[in-house]
Design a protein around this ligand. Structure first.
Ligand SMILES: Nc1ncnc2c1ncn2[C@@H]1O[C@H](COP(=O)(O)OP(=O)(O)OP(=O)(O)O)[C@@H](O)[C@H]1O
Length: 355
């Protein structure tokens, strides 16, 4: 199998007056696991449909490998697909469903049988070959769909919310299967999900989408730790956003915290906001000198979440904020009404553009 990369070049897709993709640009490296994450209507499915050949484009170009695919019918693109809407053939057995793409490609006999069995074993359905789709649970059907998508070892695999209908345990199991499959075969995967945890777990890179464009594309860790805009910071995980203003000299002030901070080393243009993740805010004790920014706050709500506790608080400047504490041995929970001195390291405050 020749692994192929994918390129979207200035792709615009209009449905009448609706612009589903707007000058969309993205390069996915051969063998990369790329996830599209974004709110409903941001264009994720449209981008996948265009790659699969189910939707045409209005402008631009799309390549798989070095070949433009804009005029290529779906069956000639050699991509595997697991779409929520792309269901099993109800009149074919599980075995024949999985065999289908191989038969299309002219395979038969012992080779076909071995490949189908291998794919069914991978999804733990080796014993289910003779069943009909309506004799399977939703999760089992989804696993058959996955086996069918990968049985011909496509160089590109497209998955649109493939695990959306599964319960948590099965979902996690399938995530591991998909990851293992990707490591074994090294195909290029584009994966669409609404589940941030899933995106951060599976992907090499995540493309955060907004209104038919990419707001940021980066490794999962950079998307979380270094969001470039307010939008991305708020979309991925929880965060606290503080407006910053140029203070006296080189300093900056954060009105919400009633505090000044020294120069923001590499960043710091006016009109920016700071993003501070809840787990980066902690209680400050006497002589906790390494923390540059500290402020007074009062706890308003306590949300117990097992291994950690999430607190809502309000600063003396009146700004709401969220912080999180891991529960150490015997650590006492804060109570609503407690007055605390909180703070964070400047290095954990990420300047984001105000958009
Ligand atoms: N066949 C169509 N005809 C008209 N408009 C469409 C069509 N398909 C998608 N759209 C519109 O294009 C935009 C992008 O839709 P798309 O399905 O790509 O979003 P999405 O990010 O996949 O959303 P979701 O997370 O809800 O699946 C939306 O405004 C949608 O209403």
């Amino acid at each position: 199998m020749a692994v192929a990369g994918i390129t979207f070049e200035n792709v615009t897709k209009r449905y009448g007056a609706v612009v589903a993709l707007d000058q969309f640009n993205l390069t996915v490296a051969p063998g990369e696991f790329m996830t599209f994450l974004g709110p409903s209507g941001s264009g994720k499915t449209t981008a996948l449909n265009i790659l699969a050949g189910f939707a045409g484009i209005t402008e631009g170009n799309v390549r798989i490998g070095d070949r433009s695919v804009v005029n290529l019918p779906p069956e000639k693109r050699n991509v595997g697909m697991v779409f929520q809407s792309y269901s099993l053939f109800p009149h074919l057995t599980v075995f024949e469903n999985v065999a289908f793409p191989l038969r299309l490609r002219g395979e038969r006999g012992a080779t076909l049988e071995t490949k189908v069995r291998g794919a069914l074993e991978m999804v733990h359905l080796a014993e289910f070959g003779k069943r009909m789709p309506n004799e399977l649970s939703g999760g089992q059907r989804q696993r058959v769909a996955f086996a069918r998508a990968v049985v011909f070892e496509p160089p590109v695999l497209l998955m649109d919310e493939p695990l959306g209908a599964l319960d948590l345990k099965l979902r996690e199991q399938m995530q591991l299967e998909i990851k293992r499959y990707h490591q074994q075969l090294g195909c290029t995967i584009i994966f669409v999900t609404h589940d941030q945890g899933e995106a951060l777990t599976l992907s090499d890179r995540v493309a955060v989408m907004r209104d038919g464009k990419i707001a940021q594309v980066d490794t999962a860790q950079d998307i979380y730790d270094r969001p470039s805009t307010r939008y991305v910071a708020e979309f991925i995980g929880r965060t606290n956003l503080f407006e910053i203003e140029q203070g006296q000299g080189n300093g900056w002030s954060i009105a919400a915290l009633g505090t000044q901070m020294a120069a923001l080393d590499d960043h710091g243009a006016a009109g920016r906001t700071l993003s501070v993740r809840p787990e980066k805010i902690r209680q400050i004790g006497q002589g906790d000198a390494d923390t540059t920014i500290s402020f007074d706050a009062r706890v308003t709500d306590v949300v117990f979440q097992g291994d950690h506790v999430q607190y809502q608080a309000v600063t003396s400047g009146g700004a709401p904020l969220t912080f999180q504490e891991h529960r150490g041995h015997g650590a006492r929970l804060q109570q609503a009404g407690d007055a605390l001195r909180l703070g964070f390291d400047v290095a954990d405050a990420v300047p984001v553009q105000n958009q």
